[in-house]
Design a protein around this ligand. Structure first.
Ligand SMILES: [Zn+2]
Length: 272
């Protein structure tokens, strides 16, 4: 094809062509056609509203169906909430009341914390790399550098129970070391606890092990689970009322939609 070929006159896209045609007041036939086409499109939209409104008034309709399903889901969540609130007794074994001795916290930073339980010596050190976070120097993490929780788990505790106890013990030893460091940092009296068993007091709620600060993992997890379920219940209730509102709105709008349809039919008839 040569470059001299005349380019075809650009055509308007169809919707623009229609606009131009609609404004053609010199052609009353075309104007009436286009008016009729617009009314037909409106009729389809109103018919949709009427169909939805009639459907919403039927005893069986999609909104009612969804409300039934959401009500069932709500009943399930409700029983899950009841189950989540049941406090399952947690395993517990009392620890021997061995003295916690030689508690030492260095006077200056980086802090070092140490103490001894029986023959096991525990030691923590602050990591030297201070981390800057948004202009604030964060207190360095206390890292355990000596001693093992495994060494002080009583011999008579066996199996899975032993691992569980060891985890709780390790967490509580770290919590205690941090309490000691923080007390020194804030120039407070060191929170001394006399004996090993005070590291894992029984939880008054579930009977399991709490840490030295009185925090119970089992109770905390139970509360988080319950909160999740309460959120889900709230969400389902919202969904259900949205369905009911939609059904109500469509049914309520039906007389108006019918009136609009009657007006439109009259207008269409006048164009014939
Ligand atoms: Zn508890």
């Amino acid at each position: 094809m040569s470059d001299n070929t005349p380019k075809p006159k650009p055509q308007l896209p169809p919707h623009m062509q229609r606009l131009v045609r609609d404004r053609n007041i010199d052609d009353p036939q075309a104007a009436a056609e286009s008016r009729r086409a617009a009314l037909e499109r409106r009729r389809m939209a109103i018919q949709f509203d009427i169909d939805q409104g009639e459907l919403a008034q039927e005893p069986e309709n999609p909104w009612t169906h969804r409300i039934v399903l959401l009500t069932e889901a709500l009943a399930n969540v409700e029983s899950e909430i009841q189950a989540a609130r049941v406090i399952g007794p947690q395993p517990y074994v009392a620890l021997p009341s061995i003295a916690i001795e030689d508690v030492a916290v260095s006077e200056v930073e980086p802090y070092e914390v140490s103490f001894r339980i029986g023959a096991e010596r525990f030691r923590w050190q602050e990591k030297l790399d201070w981390i800057e976070r948004g202009g604030i120097l964060a207190q360095p993490v206390l890292e355990q550098v000596g001693g093992s929780a495994a060494a002080i788990v009583p011999e008579n505790v066996a199996g899975e129970f032993r691992d569980d106890l060891q985890t709780h013990l390790s967490d509580s030893l770290n919590a205690y070391a941090t309490m000691l460091r923080d007390a020194r940092l804030n120039e407070e009296t060191l929170p001394l606890i006399a004996t090993y068993d005070q590291l894992l007091p029984p939880c008054p709620t579930c009977g399991g092990w709490m840490d030295v600060k009185g925090h119970c993992n089992a109770c905390a997890a139970r509360k988080v689970h319950e909160q999740d379920l309460l959120h889900e219940r709230q969400h389902l209730m919202k969904e259900r009322s949205a369905e009911a509102e939609e059904r109500h709105r469509l049914a309520e709008r039906l007389p108006l939609a019918r009136k609009r349809m009657a007006d439109l039919e009259r207008e269409l008839a006048s164009l014939m």
